[in-house]
Design a protein. Structure first.
Length: 309
C-alpha cells in the first residue's frame, strides 16, 4: 500500500544572498546580460561548469602574456625577433599547464598553433606601438579592489601601461573571445550598462592616483587578422560622434560616472532585504552558450522558432 505524503508547505519568501562578499565586473556584466543567469551562477551555483576549450585558451594566453611582459616591460623594436621566440616559448609552457582544459590532443594542438600565429601578430603590434609612443608595462594581472558606498568590488587588470613621455596610464584588457569591433560599439555597451569592466578599472586606478587617459580592448582571438585594438580615450566632455566602424573613439567622464552609479545601484538591488525574482533576458542570443539553458524553462525562444512553437 502506498501512503501519500502530506503536501509540502511552501517556504516563506526571503531575500536572496549572493555567495560572495565582493562584486566583480564579470558578475555585474552577467547581471546586465540576464538577471536569471546571475542568479543561477552567483547565488545557486546551479551547474558545475567544467569550462570549455575556449576558456582554457583564454587562460593559457593570459598566463603566457603575463610571464612574457615580466621580461619585456619596455618593448623595443630591436628586440622583435627575440620577443617572437620568447612569446612562443611562454605560450608552449602555459598551454601545457592548461592541457586538461582541451578535450582532445587534436584540439589542443590546433589551439596551440592558433595561439602561436596570433602571438606573431601581437608582437608586430607591440613593435609598432613602441615605435609610435614608447611605453612601460607597469602592471600585469594586477589584483585591484575598490570600495564604493559600502560595496566592495574586486578584479584583475590584464595589463597597465605608462607612456614614457607623458606618464599617462592605459588600461589594457586582453580579449580571446568575441568583443566589440569598434569604439562606438563598446561605448554603446557601456552606456546601456552591458559592460562595466573598463569603467571599473578606470575608477580603481584613478582612486590609486593614476592619470588614466586610455581604455583598450586588445583582441587576441583571430590568428588571421592583424591585432586591431579598440581604444577609448578618456575625455572630460563627450566629443562629436565618431565613425561607426572606427577602432578609436572617446569616452567621457560623465559616461564613466554613470557606469559607476549603476554599479552601486545594482549592488543595492542585489543586497536589498526584500524578496524578488530574476527576469530572463529578452535577447535569445544571450542563451546560446548559457550553461543554465536546460534548467531555464522561461528563456526566450530563438528568433527562428518564435512563431513555430
Ligand atoms: S538560458 Fe537565457 S534566459 Fe535562461 S539564464 Fe541563460 S541567458 Fe538567461
Amino acid at each position: 500500500m502506498i501512503a501519500l505524503a502530506e503536501p509540502a508547505t511552501r517556504e516563506a519568501e526571503g531575500c536572496v544572498k549572493a555567495r560572495y562578499p565582493h562584486f566583480s565586473a564579470s558578475a555585474l556584466n552577467a547581471y546586465g546580460e540576464c538577471e536569471r543567469k546571475w542568479f543561477y551562477r552567483y547565488v545557486c551555483a546551479a551547474v558545475d561548469d567544467p569550462g570549455s576549450a575556449a576558456s582554457a585558451y583564454g587562460s593559457a594566453f593570459h598566463l603566457a602574456l603575463e610571464r612574457f611582459h615580466e621580461r619585456y616591460q619596455r618593448p623595443r623594436p630591436e628586440d622583435a625577433a627575440k620577443m617572437r621566440s620568447d612569446l612562443e616559448y611562454e605560450l608552449d609552457g602555459a598551454f601545457a599547464e592548461h592541457r586538461d582544459g582541451f578535450p582532445t590532443a587534436v584540439e589542443f594542438e590546433i589551439q596551440v598553433r592558433r595561439a602561436r600565429r596570433t602571438a606573431r601578430r601581437y608582437v608586430e603590434w607591440l613593435v609598432a606601438e613602441s615605435k609610435r609612443a614608447p611605453f612601460t608595462v607597469i602592471g600585469r594581472e594586477l589584483r585591484v579592489e575598490l570600495e564604493l558606498e559600502g560595496f566592495s568590488f574586486i578584479g584583475y587588470i590584464d595589463r597597465l601601461d605608462q607612456d614614457d613621455a607623458t606618464g599617462a596610464v592605459t588600461v589594457v584588457d586582453y580579449k580571446t573571445g568575441a568583443i566589440a569591433t569598434s569604439a562606438a560599439e563598446y561605448l554603446e555597451r557601456v552606456r546601456t550598462f552591458g559592460d562595466f569592466q573598463l569603467p571599473f578599472y578606470y575608477w580603481v586606478r584613478t582612486a590609486a592616483g593614476d592619470r588614466v587617459t586610455q581604455l583598450v580592448l586588445l583582441p587576441l582571438k583571430d590568428a588571421l587578422l592583424d591585432v586591431r585594438p579598440v581604444c577609448l580615450e578618456v575625455v572630460p566632455v563627450p566629443s562629436a560622434a565618431v565613425k561607426r566602424d572606427a577602432p578609436s573613439g572617446t569616452i567621457s567622464i560623465a559616461d564613466l560616472e554613470r557606469a559607476k552609479r549603476r554599479m552601486i545601484e545594482i549592488c543595492r538591488e542585489l543586497t536589498a532585504p526584500a524578496p524578488r525574482s530574476f527576469a530572463v533576458t529578452r535577447d535569445p542570443e544571450a542563451c546560446t552558450f548559457c550553461a543554465y539553458k536546460l534548467a531555464c524553462t522561461r528563456r526566450p525562444a530563438p528568433d527562428g522558432e518564435r512563431f513555430g512553437r
